[in-house]
Design a protein around this ligand. Structure first.
Ligand code: SF4
Length: 469
């Protein structure tokens, strides 16, 4: 039998994790590793590898073909461009300490779409293939220009069969017109909520009155709309994290069971914030503690909550098609299925690229609504969009499940060819996947219950994760 190349990594319990290019994995020990490395496999080793589809007898036999199929299913395929993040204004009525995009004061001028820009945006949308479109309104605070939101939504509803709109709002000031806009069934709310009142006020609202306004509007929205209409994201300062127990209690209280724990972004002006030393190590520790808290709490309450990004990574290990999240997929081609249009009509490949350009580090714009998307610039960025040929990733056991983050690399290092193992992105991914495999092999009931709930299956048993003794 021919054996597909296996990559390996020692886990924290001393065992060794192996995986092939198609993401087939198993746990074994140093004995198997040395037999594999010295081409001295026993009959039991070969039988195990055959059973697990880690080899084939001849090209195009069933094992070979199924391996090729599994490998191909793990690749993210280019889709039609059908998702636009629109920034009709940079102005905002809050001054959050770590604002990522250098918002403009509420009463300033020159930070909203002009009439020409609006016309250019609508012309761009008219050229999309359809029949579906998803529009995310970002800012600044987009509800400050509700007239522009209405113009885009009215146009899209006439142009596309299926529409979805997400308003990313700080929920500070909602008048009757804003509520009427949000009432529509095809319109959703995404807000920021930093976990508890004290943290939210310290990081965002800066006054008791503004904090009261936020909570009043959040509670009004929760009682007005069905579950699933509102999502909320906490941004976590690793130097002053919120009380995670309070965070989960609060999110559950507002009917939000999926929490996307985000570190302070390094792409915008927030990079200047001093979060102390060893931020990555401390972040990874915090995140791991959060997962443990979730597992214990889920088992205790029977009400299952999740950390969104962790569950995406978990699904990427066990499923072949978990590539619908733009932060983790491979390859992750730019301006393929979504694009960002800023307040001045410029295109950006991602919101992070917009933030990074805004602080003047580098211009990552890829054209504008007048001239169209600059495909040559997109192609340049796409040279780093896959981890298949990265000299570190090709040796990494997590490569089939992992991705890349070119914009974060540019932001932190000014280049995209830094040794992968030295990057922030890789440091986070290694820690997350270590945790994923740790919990997949755990036998305790609380962990198994959460893993099953997160995967959407009836039950999970550690026997389902292969071991070769
Ligand atoms: S980025 Fe790091 S964790 Fe991800 S595949 Fe590459 S080396 Fe592995």
């Amino acid at each position: 039998m021919n054996i597909w190349p296996l990559r390996f990594r020692e886990l924290s319990n001393g065992s060794t994790l192996f995986a092939d290019d198609a993401g087939g994995f198993f746990r074994s020990g140093q004995g198997f590793l040395s037999r594999y490395a010295t081409d001295d496999l026993t009959a039991a080793d070969v039988a195990f590898l055959r059973e697990g589809n880690h080899g084939f007898d001849c090209e195009f036999d069933l094992s070979w073909t199924s391996f090729a199929y599994r490998w191909a299913r793990r690749q993210s395929k280019p889709q039609n461009l059908s998702y636009a993040i629109l920034v009709p204004t940079l102005r905002c009525n809050l001054t959050c300490g770590y604002c990522q995009v250098s918002r403009a004061p509420e009463n300033s001028r020159g930070f909203d779409w002009s009439e020409e820009t609006l016309a250019g945006v609508l012309a761009f949308l008219s050229g999309l293939d359809g029949p579906d479109v998803k529009i995310e309104f970002q800012g600044g605070e987009p509800l400050l220009r509700i007239d522009l939101l209405e113009a885009v939504r009215d146009y899209c509803r006439g142009r596309f069969s299926n529409t979805q709109f997400v308003v990313c709002t700080n929920l500070q000031a909602l008048d009757a017109r804003a509520w009427a806009f949000l009432d529509a069934e095809d319109t959703f709310i995404s807000t920021s909520f930093d976990g508890d009142r004290t943290t939210h006020e310290r990081q965002r609202t800066h006054s008791a009155d503004a904090t009261d306004a936020f909570f009043q509007n959040l509670e009004a929205a929760v009682s007005r709309y069905p579950a699933g209409k509102i999502s909320a994201l906490p941004t976590v300062d690793v130097a002053k994290p919120p009380d995670f127990h309070a965070l989960l209690d609060n999110f559950e209280r507002y009917g939000i069971r999926s929490v996307y724990l985000r570190p302070i972004n390094y792409q915008g002006f927030a990079r200047k914030l001093d979060q102390g030393d060893n931020v990555l190590v401390r972040w990874n520790r915090l995140h791991s503690e959060f997962i443990e808290l979730l597992i214990a709490r889920n088992y205790q309450t029977g009400q299952f909550m999740e950390e969104y990004y962790f569950v995406q990574c978990l699904k990427r290990v066990l499923r072949l098609d978990a590539d619908n999240h733009v932060d983790i997929r491979n390859p992750n081609f730019f301006a393929a299925d979504y694009v960002v249009i800023d307040h001045d009509g410029k295109f950006y490949p991602t919101d992070e690229a917009r933030m990074l350009s805004r602080i003047g580090r580098v211009d990552l714009s890829i054209g504008d609504v007048a001239a169209g998307i600059d495909r040559a610039k997109v192609a340049l960025l796409n040279s780093g969009a896959s981890n298949h040929f990265d000299p570190d990733c090709i040796h990494c056991v997590y490569q089939p499940f992992c991705g890349t983050d070119v914009i974060d690399d540019i932001s932190r290092y000014g280049r995209i060819d830094v040794a992968r193992r030295d990057t922030w992105f890789c440091g986070r991914q290694l820690s997350i996947f270590d945790k994923v495999f740790e919990i997949l092999y755990r036998q305790d009931k609380p962990t198994r219950a959460s893993v099953a709930a997160w995967l959407g299956v009836n039950s999970w048993s550690a026997d389902m994760a292969p071991v070769h003794s």
